[in-house]
Ligand binder design. Structure first.
Ligand SMILES: Nc1nc2c(ncn2[C@@H]2O[C@H](COP(=O)(O)OP(=O)(O)OP(=O)(O)O)[C@@H](O)[C@H]2O)c(=O)[nH]1
Ligand SMILES: [Mg+2]
Length: 443
């Protein structure tokens, strides 16, 4: 067994840097615990690399030091696999490193022999999840439980409590509630104008009827984007590339998806493409280990496109059905880092011209209207095909989901309504809208 924590980089001048262990601070950074409703983590600025082009650059030789007591690895065992079969053979040997000056170096972290993960298991061993976290109740109740604290639900709850009359004042209150809940000016203006028109045409007998009409309008905005992710079994891996700004929940979402796909019986692999943050690779490996899923990694500061390339080669050779690639969080305003995403995509397409089959952008539901400019920039850089809106259980106002749907029409695949793996729900327009509106609407 070879430990990632002991990777050595012989080319490092001092030699000590490459052999170092992770500090408590780095590990804490790898498994952050965001309390439900916590503030959005401050995006991390990082140096912008010079524009790089495919093919993936070859990192210098990398050596993995064996754990004490382990058999020494013969030099020839470090030769990089030159063919898919060779990569497969390396992967089959277990957690291992391969080295060759002219090729990327991969660490394939194999899952430990099947560790049972019953649903009721304590969350103490789930990376980044507080031991006290419990899954939301199943079905619509879970959505309502988790979203009841949102600004949207609170405003409309208050509005109902006052037993409103059917008049202009009610429309004003609805307008304020929608704006406050981050629905955005454009969508709010459209929604309220449509209600006013129908009210003036005497279509509503009372305020309750008007609010029912609002529910229908909100559903009409979301139904077109409530398109679940479909993974058809094919003769090549379905590559899912996750992107998004810092701290939005990319790695956690990958962990949750890994559990979902594993439970569905899909052969699965993860690629540790966040090579920027000190312990990001360890965070993904912990999720992989917990779910019994292999993780392809090269460690910190490796070229992210090279990791993705390696991973797709390995996944193809091993007849993997789904490959999920993590990427480092990046500010949408940093052009160099955004260009790096395009490079990852191009490098994947050297193996499969259709890859990635899904570019899944993770958006923090507490972000507010800034989510719109984030999506605009990521979409321009890498062509986003699906969204995950996370942290809807926290201080998220809820309304930004409508603004995103109206402006982009990009499918919302999943919603994060908590930190447990079970809390990543397939996006359900009706469950979402009804969780935001008072139960007295009869939904
Ligand atoms: N309450 C809540 N917390 C979540 C949800 N999804 C993720 N988190 C938390 O958000 C924090 C950040 O998650 P990460 O998965 O590390 O975020 P990331 O986007 O990978 O971060 P970087 O790699 O640093 O860019 C962790 O504490 C997660 O537990 C969610 O749906 N609800
Ligand atoms: Mg991450």
């Amino acid at each position: 067994m070879v430990s990632f924590f002991r990777r050595k980089k012989p080319e490092t001048p001092s030699g000590s840097e490459s052999a170092r262990r992770y500090s408590a601070e780095e590990l804490a950074a790898a498994f952050p615990t965001a309390p439900a409703g916590g503030a959005v983590p401050a995006p991390v600025e990082r140096p912008i690399p010079p524009p790089a082009e495919a093919p993936p650059p070859a990192p210098a030789p990398d050596v993995v030091e064996a754990e004490p007591g382990a058999e020494p690895v013969p030099p020839e065992a470090h030769a990089a696999p030159s063919s898919p079969a060779a990569i497969d053979a390396v992967a089959e040997r277990g957690t291992e490193s391969v080295t060759e000056p002219a090729a990327p170096v991969a660490v394939v972290a194999e899952p430990r022999p099947s560790k049972p993960t019953p649903a009721a298991e304590s969350s103490a061993d789930i990376p980044g999840v507080p031991a006290t976290a419990v899954a939301a109740p199943a079905g619509k109740r879970g959505w309502r439980d988790r979203l009841r604290g949102s600004a949207f639900a609170r405003s409309f709850g208050g509005l109902f409590y006052t037993n409103p009359k059917l008049d202009e004042d009610l429309l004003d209150q609805i307008e304020t509630a929608l704006i406050t809940a981050d629905v955005g000016v454009a969508a709010t203006t459209e929604l309220v104008a449509a209600l006013r028109k129908r009210m003036n045409a005497r279509e509503f007998i009372d305020a309750h009827a008007l609010l029912l009409a609002l529910r229908e309008q909100l559903l009409a905005l979301l139904r077109p984007v409530a398109v679940p992710l479909r993974i058809e079994r094919a003769d090549k891996p379905f590559v899912l590339l996750t992107v998004g700004v810092n701290g939005v929940g990319k790695t956690t979402t990958i962990g949750k998806l890994a559990k979902r796909f594993k439970d569905e019986g899909r052969p699965l692999m993860l690629a540790a493409g966040d090579t920027f943050r000190a312990a990001a690779v360890a965070q993904l490996q912990a999720w992989g280990e917990r779910n019994g899923v292999a993780v392809i990694a090269q460690g910190q500061n490796a070229d992210a496109a090279s990791v993705a390339f390696d991973a797709l080669q390995a996944a193809t050779a091993r007849n993997i059905e789904v490959l999920i690639a993590d990427t480092a969080g990046r500010l949408h305003t940093q052009q160099g880092l955004m260009a790096e995403l395009g490079k990852i995509k191009r490098v994947l397409q050297k193996i499969d011209p259709d890859a990635p089959q899904e570019v899944l952008m993770v958006i923090d539901g507490t972000t507010g209207q800034n989510a719109l400019s984030q999506l605009r920039q990521f979409h321009a850089a890498v062509g986003v095909t699906g969204l995950v809106v996370t942290k809807l259980d926290g201080t998220a106002k809820g309304g930004v989901v409508f603004a995103l749907a109206r402006e982009f029409g990009i499918p919302i695949r999943f919603a994060g309504i908590g930190e447990r793996p079970e809390d990543l729900r397939v996006f359900d327009a009706e469950a979402f809208v009804d969780a935001l509106l008072p139960e007295t609407l009869g939904a």
